[in-house]
Design a protein around this ligand. Structure first.
Ligand code: AMP
Ligand code: MG
Length: 391
């Protein structure tokens, strides 16, 4: 058994780097940037008005009245220079005319024909200066960043129509277990629905990665061997659920060994998640996750997700919030780190969910994240400050 930190670092070290591909900006949301983006233009590209009003000279604001010499709409280039006693009607986003050094808000003036009267002028200049947001040559985005809508806007503003992003790993999911039936089939007396495959598919897709669901395979060496072999023929990573423990029907580790996989680990000091398996053959990877649904969920979150992101060149930085526990959390054995689902009830208050263990998947539906008791620590007391790893 190795620690969670050791398991994570072995997975990250093993992650192969996906090649880059260019995609249309409209397809880039959620992808991982595979290039640095350097601005080849200033933003804004010219001094522009931040207000609807009148471009004028600050020294003239005391004159009381000014003559309007032209109208400058956004998208139009000014034709005239503002000289003493004059101003230009200007709109938000329009270039500032020569001679002007401030924009009087229209609310602070009154128009009469081609003249304006000035009321209590604002002291702000109401100008967005050329290059104040982005300067030519600035690195505006870095390789490895995950593209959010704000990143998309930055790419568009500096004219990147086809950013280079990391190719997504091809991920397949296979559920193992004689007891499992698909969601649209009524289980027999000893059967249950396969919930892990749809859950893993949803977790993977939420990362922006495509998945293939390869269905359910019973606990039978020949069919399971064939299914694992087939799934890996056209996928980079296979997520297996169930069959990784040490029972008579837990066939996955033996089959992977038979297929020539090398194991990075077969047991991790985490609860839930101890029998997690990570194995590699050439450029193919198998993550064997324990079948209990909370185990599958947590192991994906803590190990598989950072691994898949690492393949795309992105480092996961989990969102950690702190708060005070409203109730104690206790456990007996302390040889593994243990995760407990929690939720925020009020700002700074962290409530442990009623949690019966790793089969209790509905405890997660209202959870905001997990807290982790480290190895050797048996409880968190009520009122104790805890770090919540948010989902
Ligand atoms: P295993 O890891 O195969 O020993 O399974 C541990 C527990 O998780 C058993 O109670 C299984 O019935 C359950 N389980 C295994 N696979 C799934 C699945 N795909 N969906 C829901 N529960 C599962
Ligand atoms: Mg099983």
């Amino acid at each position: 058994m190795i620690t969670y930190e050791e398991a994570l670092s072995r997975m990250l070290a093993a992650a192969p780097r996906m090649p880059a591909e260019a995609v249309a900006l409209a397809e880039a949301d959620g992808r991982i940037l595979a290039q640095d983006v350097v601005a080849d233009m200033d933003m804004p590209p010219f001094d522009k008005s931040a207000m609807d009003g009148y471009a004028c000279r600050r020294a003239d604001l005391g004159l009381g009245e000014l003559t309007v010499i032209e109208d400058i709409a956004a998208g139009a280039w000014p034709a005239r220079t503002v000289v003493s006693g004059t101003c230009a009607r200007i709109f938000t986003g329009a270039p500032l005319p020569l001679g002007a050094d401030c924009v009087l808000m229209q609310e602070q003036s009154e128009r009469r024909g081609d003249r304006i009267r000035i009321h209590n002028p604002d002291t702000a200049d109401n100008i967005c200066r050329r290059a104040e947001d982005i300067r030519t040559g600035d690195r505006v985005l870095a390789c490895g960043e995950r593209l959010t809508p704000a990143h998309i806007a930055v790419l568009a503003s500096v004219g990147v129509a086809r950013p280079l992003v990391a190719r997504r790993p091809r991920v397949a999911i296979l559920a193992t277990g004689n007891e499992l039936v698909p969601v649209d089939v009524t289980p027999g007396p000893a059967g249950i629905h396969n919930s892990n495959s749809p859950q893993l598919a949803a977790q993977t897709r939420a990362m922006g990665v495509c998945v293939t669901d390869r269905g359910i395979v019973g606990d039978d060496t020949a069919t399971l061997t064939a299914a694992i072999h087939d799934a890996l023929s056209d996928h980079d990573v296979l997520l297996l659920s169930g069959g990784v423990s040490t029972g008579d029907y837990d066939l996955v580790p033996g089959i992977l060994r038979q297929l020539g996989f090398a194991f990075a680990f077969e047991s991790v000091a985490m609860q839930p998640g101890r029998p997690t398996v990570f194995a590699q053959k050439d450029a193919h990877f198998c993550c064997g996750l324990p079948g209990n649904p909370v185990s599958t969920f947590v192991v994906f979150e803590l190990l598989v997700k950072p691994f898949l992101f690492q393949m795309m060149g992105h480092t996961v930085e989990p969102r950690i919030a702190t708060g005070r526990l409203t109730r104690p959390v206790r456990r007996r054995a302390t040889d593994r780190q243990a995760a407990f689902p929690v939720r925020f009830t009020a700002p700074g208050d962290v409530e442990p969910m009623t949690y019966h263990g790793s089969a209790h998947i509905n405890a997660l539906t209202r959870a905001d994240g997990i807290i982790t008791l480290p190895i050797g620590k048996g409880c968190f007391e009520a009122g104790e400050h805890v770090h919540v790893r948010c989902f």
